[in-house]
Design a protein around this ligand. Structure first.
Ligand SMILES: NC(=O)c1ccc[n+]([C@@H]2O[C@H](COP(=O)([O-])OP(=O)(O)OC[C@H]3O[C@@H](n4cnc5c(N)ncnc54)[C@H](OP(=O)(O)O)[C@@H]3O)[C@@H](O)[C@H]2O)c1
Length: 267
């Protein structure tokens, strides 16, 4: 799998477990996120294994800083064999409270962060004629889900970008893979109050990602039972899709919700 792996979004959740799994198997993991203390704790947690974790704090929404971070890795460890663009976030947004600021914040990380990582990495991997780029999207990118217009929209963008890039970059020996998880127990999903079907532990998710990376296929998705359901949903005709997704609208997004704005008189 290659020795030097850069994970963006490694401080907690899926990225943290992936970093530990890879370090255990002997990799040097360059671990990025904004919170340096979490990266330091990760480094300590990985100590004593076959590989190691090196903290490299970064806000991936900063284009220049992302380029500088990769240049620093290149200087200290050499160009990574694999880059995992995992940083992402979610916030529910009822449609009646459509908020451009919230959309901007989610897109800045979920799409902008991936774009910044791709811009830094692709030219170098192409020049070397080798490399693996792994992005983390979501099954929420297969179809637009209720209260998730920004999240589903951002993850659909990542999936489509990777579909575009994979065949082209394959010509240069560069592999593009996309991870589409279902529900995984992390600090991000700990905030959810609704039931999460087939919830997976992050350690199991990390093992599935490593297996998928080794396999080299385009999509790495889990847990299978849930992701097949989501794929089936993406294939049904729109009237049926909306009949199904309407049943998943939470109470806080319904007209009776006290927190929704009053309808304005358009005159
Ligand atoms: N958990 C799930 O059920 C699930 C399902 C489908 C897809 N996903 C996707 O999987 C990825 C990881 O999710 P998770 O549940 O593990 O989330 P998480 O527990 O919130 O961890 C996200 C990681 O990304 C980092 N991050 C966030 N914004 C960043 C930024 N601007 N620059 C650099 N790092 C940043 C966070 O650290 P800092 O805040 O310190 O920067 C943190 O280390 C996300 O892309 C998410 O959308 C998760």
């Amino acid at each position: 799998m290659g020795d030097v792996i850069w994970i963006v979004g490694a401080g907690r959740g899926i990225g943290r477990c992936l970093a530990l799994e890879l370090a255990r198997s002997g990799a040097t993991v360059m671990a990025s996120a904004r919170n340096g203390a979490e990266l330091e704790a990760l480094r300590e947690a990985a100590a004593g294994g076959a590989g190691r974790v090196v903290p490299l704090p970064l806000d991936v929404t900063d284009r220049a800083a992302t380029a500088r971070a990769l240049a620093e890795i290149e200087t200290t460890e050499g160009l990574p064999d694999t880059v995992v663009l995992n940083a992402g976030t979610h916030q529910a947004m009822p449609a009646a409270r459509f908020d451009a600021g919230l959309c901007d914040r989610l897109f800045a990380v979920n799409v902008g962060g991936v774009i910044n990582g791709l811009e830094a990495v692709i030219p170098r991997f192409v020049a070397r004629r080798r490399g693996r780029i792994v992005t983390v999207a979501s099954v929420a990118g297969y179809v637009g889900l209720p209260t998730a217009a920004p999240y589903s929209g951002s993850k659909a963008a990542v999936i489509a970008m990777c579909e575009s890039l994979r065949p082209e970059l394959a010509q240069f020996g560069v592999t593009v893979q996309v991870v589409n998880p279902g529900f995984v127990r992390t600090p991000l999903t700990d905030r959810n109050t609704f039931p999460m079907p087939f919830l997976m532990e992050p350690e199991a998710a990390a093992r599935r990602i490593v297996e998928g990376m080794r396999g080299g296929g385009f999509e790495i998705t889990f847990p299978r039972r849930f992701t097949w359901l989501m794929k089936a949903l993406a294939m049904v005709p729109y009237p049926l899709l909306f009949a199904l997704t309407r049943t998943a609208i939470p109470d806080e997004a319904k007209p009776a919700a006290a927190t929704l704005p009053e309808a304005k008189d358009a005159r």
